[in-house]
Design a protein around this ligand. Structure first.
Ligand SMILES: Cc1cc2nc3c(=O)[nH]c(=O)nc-3n(C[C@H](O)[C@H](O)[C@H](O)COP(=O)(O)O)c2cc1C
Length: 324
């Protein structure tokens, strides 16, 4: 399948694996790229720019296909060494960067000069238009269904994607709630030129996380996610667990007085314990409503092959048959 996204990134299938903290390591990124999609290493999961440089080199040993690096800009008192991370990306010869969390304008000149394509992930049409105006090459439009940070506007993809299609000139992919060939065809129908998936890629053989994480996603229904940190305007969609319930209880009790310090036990530094050690109630962790559509743990190759086969059959047989 050829779209402006496959052309822009030099990939075979219009399927991207979004950056995921402590999930987007070289193993997963390389598996996605080898299967013809675009794999993405999560920059900030590597504690220093030197470690990111090493992770990029490790990924290159596992694939000769294009892959990207995610740079998430977080509100932070002590910001990470972003100039160092950008340098590691450029010197590592990476050709795609997925930015998220905040306006990437300050980093665009250096990335552009190095010939790097930038896909900015955002949750509203106004932020997408801003990213287009400052020179991003593509957008990942993240609907309210998504795992991770859906923003504060709460617009689901059935509205957000066609609105993006009305306004944007640069290509965009649909992110949030994407799982299979049906998702891809629907995304294309709504104006997107591909899909970005997070949660679905965690439940794959190659995802370098504890098996209990994969089984938790398989076991979850579409009713099992919760929105946390709303009062802090840092909303995150997470899987419901004991830590989530504790955090929501604190939100109810403390109301608008709540601060990050109050919820640090549930959110700070919990990802390695969950993703690597499989301590499923150690803290809150991002998960999309799409968990309700995930019932297996295939290899990445099996997943991408089945998405493309299902999408093609849907277009050529079911949909073409309806209008014949
Ligand atoms: C466990 C997990 C961790 C994530 N970490 C990040 C991150 O560090 N940076 C980022 O930009 N997006 C992050 N995301 C969001 C994904 O890249 C993607 O946009 C989102 O998962 C799409 O929604 P879906 O889960 O319904 O596919 C994360 C998502 C999950 C599920």
């Amino acid at each position: 399948m050829k779209t402006r996204i496959t052309e822009l990134f030099g990939i075979e299938h219009p399927i991207i694996q979004g950056g995921m903290h402590h999930v987007g390591l070289a193993e997963l990124a390389a598996a996605v790229s080898n299967a013809g999609g675009l794999g993405i290493i999560t920059g900030l999961t590597q504690r220093t720019p030197e470690l990111l440089a090493r992770e990029i080199a490790r990924c290159r040993e596992m694939t000769d296909k294009p892959f990207g690096v995610n740079l998430t800009f977080l509100p932070s008192v002590n910001p990470p060494d972003y100039p160092g991370y950008v340098k590691a990306i450029i010197e590592g010869g990476v050709k795609v960067v997925e930015t998220a969390g905040n306006n990437p304008q300050q980093w665009l000149p250096a990335l552009k000069e190095a010939g790097i394509k930038v896909i900015h992930k955002c949750t509203s049409v106004r932020h997408a238009l801003k990213a287009e105006a400052i020179g991003c090459d593509a957008i990942s439009v993240d609907g309210f269904e998504c795992g991770g940070h859906p923003g504060e506007d709460d617009v689901p993809n059935f509205i957000l994607l066609p609105r993006a299609a009305q306004e944007l000139k640069i290509p965009f992919v649909a992110s949030g709630g994407m799982a299979d060939g049906r998702s891809l065809v629907a995304a294309l129908a709504l104006g997107a030129e591909g899909i970005n998936m997070g949660t679905r890629f965690i439940a794959t053989q190659e995802a370098p996380v504890h098996d209990r994480v994969k089984q938790a996603i398989v076991a979850a229904s579409e009713l099992d996610t919760r929105l946390v940190m709303r009062p802090l305007r840092n909303t995150e969609r997470v899987l419901n667990n004991q830590a989530t319930e504790r955090l929501l209880q604190k939100e109810r009790e403390l109301g608008s007085q709540i601060s990050f310090a109050d919820i640090a036990p549930e959110v700070a530094g919990v990802y390695p314990r969950i993703m690597q050690d499989g301590e499923m109630d150690a803290g809150v962790w991002s998960c999309g409503m799409v968990a309700g559509l995930i019932q297996d743990v295939p290899t990445v190759q099996e997943l991408i092959t089945s998405i493309m086969a299902e999408a093609e059959a849907l277009v050529l047989e079911r949909l073409a048959g309806l209008v014949r």
